[in-house]
Design a binder for this molecule. Structure first.
Ligand code: SF4
Length: 264
């Protein structure tokens, strides 16, 4: 494999510095040819095609979609984030402002999973920000988990237009990223925030009320389902049951295991 040249490296670094807050993205460069880097950068619309290059909408081949095999072989979270930054596996890349990969401790004991980025997340490229994010921080602190100690992400890494429900094909296209994130982090427990995240992870149509209070499994990882912080802002009466769900998580972290837990 030919190493990327200095021009491609400069362009990629500028792009990644704009879109990712973490370091170590040179891994992308180690595995990309100049043409791959330039095609993917141009396809995002964030970097103009190189002078003299054929623009993507003028008959040139579209950038190749990131393959499931590339995702499954990403060696760390930084390389996986670089794949998300250039992902065209579903049409949501066309309307998103920023990909929202996720953030937090690389080997967190707890991974929090929501549905998809909203407006604030799309604007900032960060998961669970705004008022719902602040409430999430307080909920986590109530069981002794500072935000920086957990990992926070969504099922989808790009915002659906006008916050519409994600489509099944979008979930299917994006699922390999979440699976790889979990394989790299190896959490002790996943918290699914909101009905959509819970139903998607658990592959069920059951109501969230029926999924709460029991420890489930997703790809071998224990899952506790509870209300989304945004829903709590609209329904403060659900804060108490959410706190009870989080007590299950606290108990698991304290060594109670992932026994079948039933709460009132
Ligand atoms: S939602 Fe996921 S699969 Fe679709 S473009 Fe974004 S990162 Fe790629």
């Amino acid at each position: 494999m030919n190493p990327p040249d200095a021009g491609a490296r400069t362009l990629a670094r500028a792009f990644l510095e704009q879109t990712l807050s973490s370091e170590g993205n040179a891994l992308l460069l180690e595995h990309a040819t100049r043409e791959q880097v330039l095609r993917r950068l141009a396809s995002t619309g964030r970097v103009a095609p190189a002078r003299g290059a054929t623009p993507p909408d003028a008959g040139a081949s579209p950038a190749p979609a990131v393959t499931a095999s590339e995702i499954a072989s990403a060696r760390d979270l930084e390389s996986l984030a670089a794949l998300v930054a250039s992902c065209t596996r579903c049409t949501l890349h066309e309307s998103r402002k920023n990909p929202v990969f996720g953030e937090g401790a690389a080997h967190a004991r707890v991974v929090c999973v929501g549905e998809a980025p909203g407006k604030h997340e799309d604007d900032t490229g960060r998961p669970f920000v705004g008022r719902a994010g602040q409430l999430l921080d307080r909920l986590l602190m109530s069981i002794g988990l500072p935000r920086t100690s957990v990992y926070i992400c969504n099922v989808l890494k790009s915002r659906p237009p006008r916050n519409r429900d994600p489509l099944p094909e979008e979930v299917a296209a994006c699922a390999p990223y979440l699976l790889r994130q979990l394989a790299l982090i190896e959490p002790e427990v996943i918290i699914a925030f909101g009905a959509f995240a819970a139903r998607t992870l658990l592959e069920t149509k059951s109501a969230l009320g029926r999924l709460r209070g029991t420890v489930h499994r997703y790809s071998g990882y224990p899952v506790v389902a509870t209300y989304h912080p945004a829903a709590l802002l609209r329904n403060p009466g659900w804060i108490r049951p959410t706190w009870e769900d989080l007590q299950i998580v606290r108990g698991m972290l304290d060594g109670a295991g992932d026994r079948e837990a039933r709460i009132g």
